[in-house]
Write a protein that binds this ligand. Structure first.
Ligand SMILES: C[S@@+](CC[C@H](N)C(=O)[O-])C[C@H]1O[C@@H](n2cnc3c(N)ncnc32)[C@H](O)[C@@H]1O
Length: 310
């Protein structure tokens, strides 16, 4: 019977030869998945024997990874915002950088709920996650707001143009016991109708079409619809920004994840919305400008409509 260290050594060598830049970590995650243990347990017990069924499952997983399939799809699991999400080819694997979007959404909701009195009868704060994919953003936000006892004052809608993605998002909402708190809609960008939205959250596709073939092979296993943002990467974001004047509340905010080099173009698009709109770009933890805060201000709009306004 092969031992943990033997399987890890052979798997790491195969994955390194196939071009993985994280061969040892990949092998540990895949063996942990095959034996049903945390990778830390494997590291602590290198001489433990691995049963034949688990070894065969591991061999199959290593072969899939050698072919370029992402580890997250093979394990069917990805951690995001400290939570485990089911993932498969129906939707994009949530990325660590998108945690900034959730953190800022949490901050924005808390500020709106705590900065002014909310007498009984105040309508719920309306939050829409556009392009929800696996549901990572909407579900993570619902979970943290539940922990902060803020969920009863919020309505969350998760929308996607992909029915496949929505089915996965629903499964993740059920898995985290927030399915009752999130509504789902199959829609091109913002669902039609409904009251004004207080907070739009969007990690939409923003990769230029011409760059898609140059992405690591793992991305070829993900839906192209989740990645391809058209010739300059901004096709879908441009359409969302154009839809905001009809959908966002007068003091509403939209938080948009963008490519690191798209800040100036997004600022120009927001400037094109006219008076009453502002945009600032926030850096992520690695110092890259990745999150656009698009704000609509009633005061600025009213000033713009006042005779002699400047
Ligand atoms: C980059 S993925 C992000 C998924 C998820 N929000 C996340 O952060 O992991 C973009 C998502 O937008 C969806 N999408 C693409 N075009 C769309 C459109 N016109 N309207 C709504 N959703 C769209 C895709 O199906 C995909 O699920």
């Amino acid at each position: 019977m092969a031992t943990v260290v033997e399987l890890l050594t052979s798997g790491t060598a195969r994955l390194r030869a196939s071009g993985s830049e994280s061969a040892r970590l990949d092998a540990e995650l895949l063996l942990g998945w095959a034996v049903g243990a945390e990778r830390t347990a494997l590291i602590a017990h290198p001489d433990a024997p691995v049963g034949a069924d688990a070894a065969a499952a591991y061999e199959g997983a290593v072969a899939r990874r050698e072919a370029g399939e992402p580890v997250a799809y093979i394990r069917g699991l990805k951690e995001f915002y400290g939570l485990a999400f089911s993932v498969d080819a129906r939707a994009l694997i949530p990325r660590p950088e998108t945690e900034l979007l959730v953190a800022q959404a949490e901050r924005e909701v808390a500020w709106r709920l705590l900065s002014a009195p909310r007498p009984p009868g105040t309508p719920k704060l309306r939050v829409v996650d556009v392009g929800t994919g696996s549901g990572a953003v909407a579900v993570a936000l619902a979970v943290v707001l539940r922990q902060r006892r803020m969920l009863p004052e919020i309505s969350i809608l998760a929308a996607d143009v992909s029915a496949d993605a929505l089915s996965l998002a629903r499964e993740n909402a059920v898995g985290h016991a927030v399915a009752e708190e999130i509504a789902f809609a199959e829609a091109d960008l913002l669902p039609a109708g409904g009251p004004p939205i207080d907070l739009v959250l969007a990690n939409l596709p923003y990769i230029p079409s011409g760059d898609i073939d140059g992405l690591p092979v793992a991305a070829s296993f993900e839906p192209r619809l989740a990645l391809d943002g058209g010739p300059d990467g901004l096709d879908v974001i441009r359409r969302l920004l154009a839809a905001l004047p009809a959908a966002l509340a007068t003091e509403g905010t939209a938080l948009l994840e963008i490519g690191f080099d798209q800040g100036p173009a997004v600022e120009a698009l927001v400037a094109g919305l006219g008076e009453g709109w502002a945009c600032r770009i926030q850096d992520d933890l690695s110092g890259k400008p990745r999150l656009a805060h698009v704000e609509r201000s009633a005061a600025a709009s009213a000033r713009a409509g006042f005779p002699g306004a400047y």
